[in-house]
Write a protein that binds this ligand. Structure first.
Ligand code: HEM
Length: 128
């Protein structure tokens, strides 16, 4: 088998020259949003535990989520959740055989981006 494979295959490791179609960007963002959510679960559970620990803990948690930094983090988590759900539904539809062609796949990626932008704006209105 190794005799058949050409040893002098061209290898391109220059990331800046590698073409990134919209479907690849959608896929990478889905993974990134999944990892963000993993950390988000930790942050939110810690906040919940803090708010339930005592009256003082509740006030601490309230202060954290009402400050600019806390609100920004909450908005970021909701945006990651929005994209992960939009991208996740797209993945599940692809698992059922839809949007598997180049053109429909690119279109569904664009739809998931637009849905995320809309949901992210709504999340911003909700938290601020
Ligand atoms: C706290 C909640 C969640 C966390 C922490 C989470 C995290 C992750 C992570 C880390 C991955 C792996 C990504 C990769 O390796 O490319 C993943 C994949 C996936 N998630 Fe989630 N997820 C959550 C909720 C959801 C929800 C609500 C949906 C429903 C739409 C969903 C749908 C999917 C799908 C379909 C995949 C597989 C994508 C693929 O085939 O590449 N996830 N998730």
């Amino acid at each position: 088998m190794s005799d058949i494979v050409k040893k002098q295959r061209p290898v391109n490791l220059d990331l800046q020259t590698i073409n990134m179609p919209i479907t690849a960007i959608a896929s990478i963002l889905h993974r990134i949003s999944g990892v963000i959510m993993l950390f988000a679960v930790g942050i939110l559970l810690w906040l919940l535990a803090e708010s339930l620990s005592s009256e003082q803990g509740f006030q601490n948690a309230q202060e954290i989520v009402s400050g600019f930094f806390g609100t920004f983090i909450l908005w970021g988590i909701l945006t990651a959740l929005a994209y992960h759900i939009a991208g996740g539904i797209r993945h599940l539809l692809m698992d059922m055989g839809y949007f598997e062609e180049l053109e429909s796949g690119a279109l569904s990626a664009k739809v998931s981006f637009v849905a995320t932008v809309v949901l992210s704006i709504l999340a911003g209105i909700m938290v601020w």
